[in-house]
Design a protein around this ligand. Sequence first.
Ligand SMILES: Nc1ncnc2c1ncn2[C@@H]1O[C@H](COP(=O)(O)OP(=O)(O)O)[C@@H](O)[C@H]1O
Ligand SMILES: [Mg+2]
Length: 251
Amino acid sequence: MVDLADPADRVVCNMEKTMIQLKGIRKSFYEGTANELEILHGLDLTVRQGEFVSIVGASGSGKTTLMNIIGLLDRPSQGNYLLDGVDVCAAKDQELSHIRNRKIGFVFQTYNLISRTSALKNVELPMLYAGISRAQRRERAKELLDMVEMTERMQHKPDELSGGQKQRVAIARAMANDPAILLADEPTGALDSVTGRKIMDLFHKLNREQGKTIVLITHATELAAETDRIITIKDGNITGEKAGGGIYAGV
Ligand SMILES: Nc1ncnc2c1ncn2[C@@H]1O[C@H](COP(=O)(O)OP(=O)(O)O)[C@@H](O)[C@H]1O
Ligand SMILES: [Mg+2]
């Protein structure tokens, strides 16, 4: 019998729950004009809760376009999308922003931090939008910066931080509202391999210790190989899927 009070059983249940379900997703730009261009040609993708999935493919194959749809930053032209059981295609823009703010944390290659303000304030910002009190925002932002080992530099502005440090702040920010899903678009793309390794270790930690569902776009095949499942995209189609090694087996 499954005992939900038993953490071991809980993990099994989580792995069976579907977090992201895309069916027949098409995306065209310049819709309804003579220049209409279909970029995604009918994608099916299911990601279970707690899974760490990577998406690989050449530049221009549609990875970011797909990520924007998964992250509710853009809508598909056709197809169905259930996010944690909710039909997000039917949701209005305002509901979508609400779901996005609560459920999804984004990490980008270029960090996308606000340059005029401190690391601490950058991490607090998503919580401000979520209506969390000032004191709670500050406390949680400090905890998150501690988790990514950025406590000593929390008062620094992004310009005063290295690429790896900026990305650690960006991961803390992505975690601000305790999202179920982390979406990372080439998060190590601008970093040297040692720094990239540390960022990857952080994702493994968040996946294993906090059960975050992670979708990682990467050019680095050796990093993709560490995830549970590797999806290959070519010219707007999913052309391959294979199991990865799962958890990071390094030191
Ligand atoms: N907003 C847009 N308007 C028009 N074309 C776009 C837009 N976004 C992406 N594209 C085109 O879609 C294709 C896939 O882009 P993208 O999803 O960014 O690929 P990847 O992330 O795999 O490099 C490219 O040919 C790109 O030029
Ligand atoms: Mg891209």
